[in-house]
Design a protein around this ligand. Sequence first.
Ligand SMILES: NC(=O)c1ccc[n+]([C@@H]2O[C@H](COP(=O)([O-])OP(=O)(O)OC[C@H]3O[C@@H](n4cnc5c(N)ncnc54)[C@H](OP(=O)(O)O)[C@@H]3O)[C@@H](O)[C@H]2O)c1
Length: 253
Amino acid sequence: MIESMFGLSGQVALVTGAGRGIGAAVAKGLAGAGADVILWGRSESGMRETADTCSQLGRKVTTVTGDLSDPQGAATTARELAAERRIDILVNNAGTIFRAPALEVDYDDWRGVLATNLDSAFVLSQALGAPMVQRGAGSVINTASLLSFQGGINVPSYTASKHALVGLTKALANEWADHGVTVNAVAPGYISTDNTTALREDPEREHAIRARIPAGRWGTPEDVVGAVVFLAGPSARYVTGHTLVVDGGWLGR
Ligand SMILES: NC(=O)c1ccc[n+]([C@@H]2O[C@H](COP(=O)([O-])OP(=O)(O)OC[C@H]3O[C@@H](n4cnc5c(N)ncnc54)[C@H](OP(=O)(O)O)[C@@H]3O)[C@@H](O)[C@H]2O)c1
């Protein structure tokens, strides 16, 4: 019963940024649910631990390296992959953040965040979405943020990229829904990863953030896994264009 609702046996999932943080937890979670995994990272060594864990779960594991700040290069790699094998689930997880007041952000820094967080999610969705549309089945899951809904402080490029990602999620969902392809997003709240180290190392910010989270604690990468497994699986075939917030209650407050 649970397997028929949430199981991913026989599916192949590609996860970007799979070497650490949320992406590593998600890749392991998808493997645990039965999917073979393709791990995308910037270095083989950075993905070793995730690959070993997924293999120990009995899954076929493939690793791919590519820098997502170069969307055209990423698109070429993704098209080559899609030509070689069927990919059923795409998790656009990799992301970067640049913390500085808007008046101090260089154009190149701005573009770097947009290229990694937004442009690469688009080109990978195109490259892997095309065969999904053709086959009439597949799931794309983007990684949004609370800053898809709020402005944040000193992270204008990140906020712009994450707002846009939710728009892109809806746009692709609308185009691909009647081809059997769902496009959704998860929006993690404040999660303990390298992405938020600077916030957690500032005692005042750390306290202010934790005090505002109704759950009373920072999230863990594992907190995000169930939402992704659900959106990738059989129970979510009629869920599309949705952004599922996993934030310990932050947005509702
Ligand atoms: N942590 C949070 O509180 C939080 C909240 C909301 C949303 N998110 C989002 O969740 C996603 C994962 O973040 P995280 O918290 O797990 O952060 P993280 O621990 O800093 O991991 C970021 C991941 O993205 C990859 N990455 C960054 N730039 C890349 C590039 N140019 N090319 C290829 N890969 C790149 C990194 O690969 P390397 O290992 O090679 O550097 C790493 O695997 C991001 O999209 C982030 O915006 C995080």
